[in-house]
Design a protein around this ligand. Structure first.
Ligand code: NDP
Length: 296
């Protein structure tokens, strides 16, 4: 019987656990806060930011909403980040990507104080993750670790294949899977667009993480019987629905679920976990910055 991994339920349990830590901080007079910075008029980015703001409000994290005209000079964004870095009332800073073309996104990531970098994308935090001493694990891979754990799957000694090598999903995911730590100790292969014979790699894997952004590219025939399949992809495709489209993952769910031991749906799998882990990192940031030990 294939287990459908319910990201909404696991994300709710993460939020429930966070409530304890937020109460502990409140006992010390601290309310965690997250500043979101949006320099874009892309509707998807606007939606992502407003969802993050709503998530914060729901668990009792203060959300600080900053919008910068996408036409503005890059310095306006850097000055904003400097102010947020210096503001003792701000624990986490998230600059919604992508930023406009005239802004250097790598420079933006470097400008954020690593202690407030709750996305975990600052080079110092990337380095710490690789070194096995993560300050903040990036939200999507961390959420995936929690999902795999929730399925009762032990990654130790397993063959894992990560499809995709982006800085925000594929690479940090692979790094977590190879760590000598719980949720790691997997023999990990990273595949990408130049991989020859992807099916041969995925077909040998006990755990497949699909993060390529290609609709339904991995089907049941490419999977090993009983594999744990985590679908990160979010792709909007034409469909016979009211608004003429639907969201699908990178995995062909219908054929994959006939073969997999456990599988995440899209939507309702990885997405809610990414959002929950941002809250986790923000609470962790508040705890670190105020020197208050909390149960996380
Ligand atoms: P990127 O576009 O940055 O990276 C995609 C990666 O997939 C690249 O490494 C690319 O290879 C590889 N790839 C592309 N096509 C193929 C192929 N045919 N075979 C093998 N590898 C391929 O994407 P992201 O990592 O940012 O996101 C991936 C997907 O996950 C997207 O659908 C995105 O929307 C979704 N996403 C979902 C999140 C969630 O919370 N659920 C969070 C973040 C992303 P190469 O490097 O060679 O170009």
């Amino acid at each position: 019987m294939t287990e459908i991994l319910d990201g909404n339920a696991v994300a709710q349990s993460v939020r429930d656990d966070l409530a304890t830590a937020i109460d502990q901080l409140a006992d010390e007079g601290v309310q965690p806060s997250l500043a979101t910075v949006l320099m874009s008029d892309d509707p998807a980015s606007e939606t992502y930011v407003s969802m993050k703001q709503d998530d914060c409000a729901e668990v009792g994290i203060e959300a600080i909403d900053i919008e910068i005209d996408p036409e503005a000079d890059a310095d306006e964004l850097y000055d904003t980040i400097d102010d947020l870095n210096a503001d003792g009332n701000v624990n986490g800073i998230l600059v919604q990507m992508p930023v406009p073309d005239h802004v250097d996104d790598r420079a933006v990531l470097r400008a954020i104080d690593p202690e407030k970098d709750v996305d975990g994308f600052h080079p110092e935090n990337v380095g710490r993750l690789v070194a096995g001493d993560a300050r903040y694990k990036p939200c999507t891979p961390h959420g995936i670790q929690k999902l795999i754990e929730s399925a009762g799957v032990d990654t130790e000694g397993k063959d894992a294949v990560v499809v995709g090598r982006s800085d925000i999903v594929g690479k940090p995911m692979a790094n977590l899977l190879v760590q000598k730590a719980p949720g790691g100790n997997a023999t990990t292969t990273v595949c990408h667009s130049r991989t020859e014979d992807l099916a041969a790699k995925t077909g040998e894997a006990d755990i497949v993480i699909a993060a390529a952004g290609v609709p339904e590219m991995i089907d049941g025939e490419m999977l090993k019987e009983g594999a744990t399949v985590i679908d990160v992809g979010i792709n909007r495709v034409d469909a016979d629905t009211e608004n003429g489209s639907e969201l699908v993952g990178d995995v062909d769910f219908e054929s994959a679920k006939e073969v997999a031991g456990a599988i995440t749906p899209v939507p309702g799998g990885v997405g809610p976990m990414t959002r929950a882990m941002l809250l986790y990192n923000t609470v962790k940031a508040a705890s670190r910055q105020h020197g208050i030990d909390v149960d996380l």
